[in-house]
Design a protein around this ligand. Sequence first.
Ligand SMILES: *[C@@H]1O[C@H](CO)[C@@H](O)[C@H](O)[C@H]1NC(C)=O
Ligand SMILES: *[C@@H]1O[C@H](CO)[C@@H](O)[C@H](O)[C@H]1NC(C)=O
Ligand SMILES: *[C@@H]1O[C@H](CO)[C@@H](O)[C@H](O)[C@H]1NC(C)=O
Length: 347
Amino acid sequence: MLLLCLAVLCLGASSPCAAAPHQGSTNPTRNKLLLISFDGFRWDYDRDVETPNLDKMAQHGAKALYATPPFVTITSPSHFTMLTGRSVENHGVIHNIWFNTTTQQKKQYYEAQFVDSYWDNGSLPIWITAQRQGLKAGSLHFPGTAATYRGETVGVSQVEPFLYDHSNETDWRLNIDKVIGEWFHQQDLDFVSLYFGEPDDIQFQLLDYGPLGMLLPKEGTLEKVYKALKGSHPHLHVYKKEEMPARLHYGNHPRLLQIILIADPGYIFLPLHSVKGDHGFDNEAMEMKALFRVVGPDFKKNRVVDHIDLVDVYALMCHLLGINPEINDGHLDNTKHMLVNTGGDNN
Ligand SMILES: *[C@@H]1O[C@H](CO)[C@@H](O)[C@H](O)[C@H]1NC(C)=O
Ligand SMILES: *[C@@H]1O[C@H](CO)[C@@H](O)[C@H](O)[C@H]1NC(C)=O
Ligand SMILES: *[C@@H]1O[C@H](CO)[C@@H](O)[C@H](O)[C@H]1NC(C)=O
């Protein structure tokens, strides 16, 4: 449930969108890249209401009919997939909630942002990779911004304050001005990620139910618990971790618990104990698909593609920034048809 826009701001005197001098750069034509995520909007939102600016973006750039987020379709896991190009079972940020099964300690979305070891689990977000290759990166409110990765943080950051009011439009405008005016123009950053939380504020929802559940049965009770749950409800899917469908990429990380429960869209359940979620249905469900727009000199205009996977956004961003990607699970080939000068039909 993410609306994602990638806006590539071209640098150069003739560009209407960014005209700051690029001090100290060896590549005067280098793109500036802005990744914007609006959390909580569906792929078909632009069909329900007037969205003149989103329509304009589609005209001036490319759009996908919908974008498929990674499973589990909740904020921290899916945003970290965009930043790393890794599926959730590979980057390890498996839930909004951090938990320790030994101590039963839990941290909700906001608190979990500050657990470095949770985020820094072997995958580097694009900010760090860009910085290591000489670029300047910033992030405003994007999930993962507060953490330190291999001793390094994103160079310029604004971490979301506790109990932040996501619905304040004055603040939206101030944040946009900050990113464009201060960060891109004055501080000459190359890449910024910008996050807008959904208006009904995920961190207020300390719900103990949802469509995803994970259980760690007591020693020796795995089979018993599994058998009791399996087939207990037609809209509840019960998997041992190792039998999770491979397409979900959510079975192969030590943080995932032994039994994983997934409810069909429209259903939620009360787990017996342990960890839970708030959204997070199967990423094949159309209700989970996201909106996707890209605009900038590297993209074809008025181009509509069928769909894209959010796991492929990372490789695209590295390409746009001219940096070498880390090992990732996406492919530039899957988004190349939106780019100019990469073959395919010109449109
Ligand atoms: C969970 O808590 C135990 C006991 O304090 C500790 O040894 C372990 O490292 C913790 N695990 C994580 C992932 O923090
Ligand atoms: C990732 O986290 C898991 C479990 O919390 C831990 O066992 C593993 O060593 C971590 N890997 C890295 C590279 O940090
Ligand atoms: C909205 O944000 C502005 C700027 O940060 C602040 O001055 C104002 O008090 C906020 N409005 C509400 C209703 O909280």
